[in-house]
Design a protein around this ligand. Structure first.
Ligand SMILES: [Zn+2]
Length: 262
């Protein structure tokens, strides 16, 4: 399920494939996925335009159109993008497709339809309305601000890490991994870790997100010390070999090592 590193890879993908191509037509295969914009409105707004830039905040991808509006894509649990020429290569479950004047297409596929497609004039306003917290890759999010954000939450640290209103971009898999790398139990209350533990958490988050984006997030390319490589295979801790615990925390199935995470 796309979390920050996956969406960052989609952003880089759009940048390396589809920028500045003029849109001839926009196919909307599922208008139920449109939020705050109608199908005719979207088609009309995007006709003849090109994608000027691609930006990301948390799990949202924003495509800046030449006319100044932003197409907003959220990928839900199963969304992805594909740029291709041959119409036979169109992914199944395509919900939105741009046909460019150069003969290529950009498809947004979303099998489980938990993603969404929107259009906004003002990206900052959109993020305010969604009450999104800062992005972990934002250089303005330093150790102090990170500690302050979590120091005010009385939820479990796993729940706080996944709370998009505190910080946007981390979901189930990456919250487990960050906590594993920092050696902190997911059930610790967010305002409880010591200053040193908060620093370890911040460093592990930064390191992990960078490594995941570099691996263009395929778990098999991650370092062998990463939990996400083994969590659904051997079910054993990659550091000490003990069986991982699986437990529902904040509505999601957390995986953690009872020996390495205190
Ligand atoms: Zn362990």
């Amino acid at each position: 399920m796309p979390e920050l590193p996956d969406v960052e890879v989609f952003r880089q993908y759009v940048e390396s494939t589809a920028l500045h191509q003029r849109i001839d037509s926009t196919g909307i295969r599922d208008k139920d996925m449109l939020k705050g914009v109608s199908a005719p409105g979207l088609r009309k707004d995007l006709k003849g335009e090109g994608i000027e830039s691609a930006r990301r905040h948390g799990k949202y991808l924003f495509l800046e159109m030449e006319g100044g509006k932003w197409l907003v894509l959220h990928f839900g649990m199963t969304g992805s993008l594909k740029y291709f020429k041959d119409p036979d290569k169109e992914p199944t479950h395509t919900r939105l497709i741009f046909d460019f004047e150069n003969g290529y297409h950009l498809a947004y596929a979303c099998p489980r339809k938990l993603g969404r497609i929107g259009l906004t004039r003002d990206m900052a306003k959109f993020m305010r309305e969604k009450k999104l917290g800062p992005d972990p890759c934002d250089p303005g999010l330093n150790r102090e601000r990170f500690a302050a954000i979590f120091g005010e939450s009385r939820a479990t640290i796993k729940s706080a890490l996944m709370n998009q209103g505190l910080m946007a971009g981390i979901g189930n898999i990456y919250s487990d991994e960050i906590l594993f790398q920092a050696g902190i139990s997911p059930e610790t209350r967010a305002d409880r870790p010591s200053k040193d533990d908060m620093e370890a958490l911040f460093s592990s988050m930064e390191h992990l997100l960078e490594a995941a984006i570099d691996a263009r997030p395929d778990p098999s390319d991650m370092p062998s010390s990463f939990l996400m490589r083994d969590r659904d295979k051997s079910g054993k801790c990659p550091k000490c070999g003990k069986a991982l615990v699986k437990k529902k925390i904040a509505g999601r199935t957390a995986h953690y090592c009872p020996r390495c995470q205190k």
